[in-house]
Design a protein around this ligand. Sequence first.
Ligand SMILES: Cc1cc2nc3c(=O)[nH]c(=O)nc-3n(C[C@H](O)[C@H](O)[C@H](O)COP(=O)(O)OP(=O)(O)OC[C@H]3O[C@@H](n4cnc5c(N)ncnc54)[C@H](O)[C@@H]3O)c2cc1C
Length: 398
Amino acid sequence: MDFKDTPEEAKFRAEIREWLRKNAPKGKRPGGAWTGSLIGEDSLKFHKDWQKKLYEGGWAAVAWPKEYGGRGASLMEQVIFYEEMARACAPSVVNVIGIALVGPVLIGHGTEEQKQRFLKPILSGDMIWSQGFSEPNAGSDLASLSTRAVLEGDHFVVNGQKVWTSFGTIADWILLLVRTDPSAPKHRGISCLLVDLHSPGVTIRPLVQMTGDAEFSEVFFDNVRVPQQNLVGALNDGWSIAIATLMHERGGVAVAIQVQIEQVLSSLFDLARRTGKNGRSAMEDPRIRQELARCYAEVQIARWNGYRSLTKIVKDGMPGPEGSFGKVFWTELNQRMQELALNLSGVFGLVPSGDPLTVDSGRWVYGYLRSRGNTIEGGTSEIQRNIVAERVLGLPKG
Ligand SMILES: Cc1cc2nc3c(=O)[nH]c(=O)nc-3n(C[C@H](O)[C@H](O)[C@H](O)COP(=O)(O)OP(=O)(O)OC[C@H]3O[C@@H](n4cnc5c(N)ncnc54)[C@H](O)[C@@H]3O)c2cc1C
């Protein structure tokens, strides 16, 4: 891979840089928006408006094919896009799951009718999506899921419960894994449905996390009727859709996540410059400098690994199991950076947002608490290490 811009790439970089210069939000962001939280009306509106702007500028999903509203961006153009987003300190979109997971799955496995119906509102942020995989008794062992869908005429009737559904309180639709053939071996009797969360029989109960946000929910399905044309892929072939979704979550998303960890790093450096320690700036403290240097080096490693995941997507059309390595690395790195920031910001760093005594609008205490979930969501670090051991290194099953 050659990292120097060709004349075409330099033109692409200049175009996105100029667009971001004119359009990226500047100055103070509303309440929770600094923390990255999408919960709370002002923060939600801020992220929705930002996604709408990206959509209108044609930048909401650069990697998607042009016919579906993307730019059909090359590998290097995607890299450039994310580098420039990080450079401009641009916020994330509101429809994270729609753009990163549901869109690519529909582009790869959906019917033409599904693509025409769903892709545009996913891009514009008018239809927010969630991911209904985990259940109370099916997390790491996802194939044990028991939410049932029975085909009655031209509708599936769905009964069961999902849990940890991110964006459950703000989502309009859910990508749902259901059991359609209980007599088949557990990986074979699963199907994937697109379900309108406003349908009769759906109950959403928010779950409050230690950050104070109710970012995820329990979702109950009581005789919910789902049209047969909302089946993605073939009946009972939902496991392959689930694997494709999870690979997008671990591989493709890792590159977008790079924007966030680069921004955390730069804010961490900024915090160290502003913080006094033993009569001088924390930036001049040898022990802190060593920790910052380690974070800097590791963010660069995460970036090169993100590029490796992207290369795999471009070559094979799909992220590979190598994405699991990146996922373990960036999630644990983010936890270390958030912890260092919290240590630097002292007791006032623990004051949450909304209080006048808070440091940096409470972003560090929020970030520290939220980062604990990073090594669980999208598959725990233990599960990722198993995948790397067995499917990348070829080690025997433990
Ligand atoms: C912030 C956050 C957001 C989430 N968002 C969503 C979402 O939008 N949609 C969704 O469907 N789910 C979501 N999840 C759920 C997430 O995918 C599951 O929590 C995760 O897969 C683990 O499942 P579990 O909680 O049932 O834990 P379990 O599977 O019960 O695991 C418990 C512990 O055992 C370990 N363990 C289990 N099996 C093995 C093994 N074979 N080898 C070694 N160790 C093992 C695990 O690593 C873990 O430490 C989210 C979770 C979090 C924290």
